[in-house]
Ligand binder design. Structure first.
Ligand code: SF4
Length: 483
């Protein structure tokens, strides 16, 4: 998500480059809404930023403020309608464009609110198909009476889950972050304007200086009257720890901590927790690279490049079908045979979700002549679904959902396997554990889940206790596989 308020600047082009810097956060669809003070115009389509926009389109999007978005779906299908920014016209004829990063947990309640509005006859037919669209619909309905800023102050306390928002009408750019600050959102300064973005790396690309994070529970409004800040809820920070592992760019800073430095530190901790006797440490590029550097530093084993990334093909666990995912590794990575041949390798990756990537990778490295393949993972086992904006798949699809450490090792065909501990990961972020969400690793969801999800979670807990001490099994099997 990217928003800019900068009269006199080419805001659509700034947003285009901002979205380029944020492409890793979503590759299904891209869109930019621009206002020239009289009307809000949205251009969006399915595809990567570079596929959706060209010079001609960007030149036609003129104005003084813009909101941009790259979509990664967690609710709603991949259709043009679900691309963002979402758009509504209010009863007073004003336009409203909104981009959302995160996932809501009370969409049923919000949908009831929209239905009630329709029932009262004060609103048109319900067209929202995503959680983001529900926010837009409710904001549009309320803003006709009280204006958009007040509508946001009234609505946002009732919206639950993860939401970092950038939205606008004709005059004003708004940014808001849920009280838990699950997803990142930062404020930057241009010489003649302001920028809000999901990551600091998007400020850097447009030459904006970092001002501060948008605080959890804060609403910002930016227009000709300057920058206004208001609180719609008390902050209870629970930042997503997975941002440090995988989601964010390494050149981004979250809560004052460089993501790259956090990843290098994770690698050092991994080397201490799960040492290996090996000749070479190689990363799975690119998100495994900083942790592999850290592992090499911590272990004293030389670091090298053993895998070359093919062209940019997206992130494998985002792709929709199992078949495409299995093809994914071949499309994505190619081994450097002369580096790998005859070596005992430590291969460092950011995470294991379904295990397909690592299975194919280990096979590929052995075929390329590796003597041993020791897999080290810069996050704990992903054992629980995320309800706050990452589609990890259901527990049945998570390789660590049902298997203990040795089961996962055998499943991927590695000589040994080690995951960094939750404590090691949290320490590497330099955040107190109390300010982080780590639910996909430990099952402790900081934001109450909707009833159906809660039911599902209880069922999972029962399955886990029936299966015996799975969690304990990780420690034991881990120790067994330490060389
Ligand atoms: S469950 Fe995991 S991925 Fe989801 S917000 Fe929490 S830490 Fe992040």
């Amino acid at each position: 998500m990217f928003g800019v308020w900068a009269p006199g600047e080419e805001v659509a082009k700034l947003t285009y480059f901002g979205l380029f810097a944020l492409q890793h956060r979503g590759q299904e669809a891209a869109g930019i809404a621009v206002s020239d003070g009289r009307q809000v115009v949205v251009f969006k389509d399915l595809g990567l930023v570079s596929q959706v926009f060209d010079e001609q389109t960007l030149s036609s999007l003129r104005g003084h403020l813009a909101v941009g978005h790259t979509r990664y779906s967690t609710t709603g299908s991949t259709t043009w309608e679900n691309a963002q920014p979402t758009f509504r016209t209010t009863a007073t004829g004003s336009g409203l464009a909104l981009g959302h990063n995160g996932n809501l947990v009370n969409t049923a309640e919000l949908r009831d609110e929209v239905n009630a509005l329709v029932g009262r006859g004060g609103h048109g037919a319900v067209t929202a198909t995503t959680d983001s669209d529900l926010i837009t619909e409710l904001l549009a309905a309320t803003s006709a009476d009280v204006g958009l800023e007040e509508a946001a102050v009234r609505l946002l306390p009732r919206v639950r889950g993860a939401f970092s928002l950038a939205f606008s009408d004709e005059q004003t750019l708004y940014a808001a972050r849920d009280p838990h600050g699950v997803r990142p959102l930062v404020l930057g300064r241009l010489e003649r304007g302001w920028v809000v973005a999901s990551e600091t790396a998007a400020l850097d690309i447009v030459g904006a200086s970092f001002v501060r994070e948008v605080e959890p529970g804060e609403l910002l409004a930016i227009d000709g009257n300057g920058l206004r800040s208001s609180r719609f809820a008390a902050p209870e920070p629970k930042g997503c720890v997975f941002e440090y592992v995988y989601l964010a760019r390494p050149d981004t800073t979250i809560a004052g901590r460089s993501v790259n430095a956090a990843r290098v530190s994770i690698g050092r901790r991994l080397a201490a927790e799960y040492p290996a006797e090996a000749d070479l440490v190689i990363p799975v590029p690119e998100s495994g690279t900083p942790a592999a550097i850290g592992f090499a530093q911590g272990s004293g084993i030389p670091y090298g490049q053993g895998l070359v990334k093919n062209a940019y093909v997206g992130r494998t666990f985002i792709q929709p079908s199992q078949t495409i995912r299995q093809l994914g590794i071949r499309l994505k990575l190619n081994p450097l045979r002369e580096v790998i041949r005859g070596k005992r390798l430590v291969v460092v990756d950011d995470s294991i979700v379904r295990g397909n990537t690592q299975r194919a990778l280990v096979r590929m490295l052995r075929e390329a002549g590796a003597l041993e393949v020791h897999v080290r993972i810069a996050s704990p086992p992903v054992r629980w679904p995320c309800f706050y904006g990452i589609d990890f798949a259901s527990r049945a699809e998570l390789v660590a959902g049902d298997l203990d450490l040795d089961g996962v090792r055998r499943s991927i065909g590695a000589d040994s396997l080690g995951y960094v501990s939750i404590d090691g990961l949290v320490q590497a972020t330099e955040q107190p554990a109390s300010r982080l969400c780590a639910a996909c690793f430990d099952g402790n969801y900081p934001i109450p889940l909707p009833e159906d999800a809660q039911l599902g979670k209880h069922l999972l807990e029962e399955i886990i206790s029936d299966e015996g001490a799975l969690a304990a099994g990780y420690g034991a099997a881990g120790a067994m596989h330490q060389p």
